[in-house]
Design a protein around this ligand. Sequence first.
Ligand code: AMP
Length: 304
Amino acid sequence: MSFLSHPVSVTFSMIRLHSTQEVHHQVPLHEAIFLVPTMGALHVGHEALIIKAKERAKERTEQFGGQSKVVVSIFVNPIQFDRAADLEDYPQPLEEDLKKCKALGVDYVFTPDSKEFYASDRSIKVSENALSALLCGATRPGHFDGVCTVISKLLNVFRPVGAIFGEKDYQQLAIIRRLARDLNFRTEVIGLPTVREPSGLALSSRNLRLNEETREQAPAIRTAMLAAYEKFSSGTTSADRLLAIIRMYLEKNAPLSTIDYLECVCAESLQAIREVDKPAVIAIASFFGDVRLIDNIQLHPSSI
Ligand code: AMP
């Protein structure tokens, strides 16, 4: 049985690309690419990005004809880790990831070797110098330089028409939008809402490293954020008051958590604000043991 409308001209085999050279040899320049950059340990959140990429590829072919393809990159980018232990412990179930990609109908999976991808004498990095200093950037020096550098490289390798990212990493998405704008990449940056467990916990590859106790407490992040959101919806616009609700809830319900930062920021500039009188985001990073989880919630004053 085939579910392809043109089985002769379309193949469903997934091609694994191990190096930039293989990309040059195997990905025809005329293909319109939708790229999903990941660090692997794929979960349903990544899956949502891949499904979106597939949809966008299909729409593009329907609109303009030609071939549109989906690329998933799986690369644990060493230069974005500020703690060696975090890099070492990062889960890498590659075979499972490849199976998931294949089942989702991904056309190409890019799994570069870090020694090939980064020349040993490399001397260029890409830095964003406003948004990167805030939130996660304040406590993770060099992290966003690593992100900007790897994303620039991936955008150069594939020249995608679209690249899909999750709003779970809100700051990262904002920085990548800046990167694409300021360096004139011809790639549409597409953001997707956070996918969550039924408990409310944002799906993350890092959740695999939670132990039984911290796993039980971690969903409190979302419940706390929703409690603040409810207050905001009923008219509280003071950032301090909204943040206090979250802090108190976590102190009571997630004693194993240690907040790294908790801020209410302008949705555009990511600068801290005192009053939510324009689109804003409450962003949090919190340690559960040695596992650092992040989450955010968007606040739109027009919805009050
Ligand atoms: P990572 O593999 O953690 O670097 O994430 C790769 C991409 O998946 C990034 O664009 C993330 O924002 C996105 N992502 C991670 N977790 C989620 C989630 N729970 N929902 C939606 N997107 C996600």
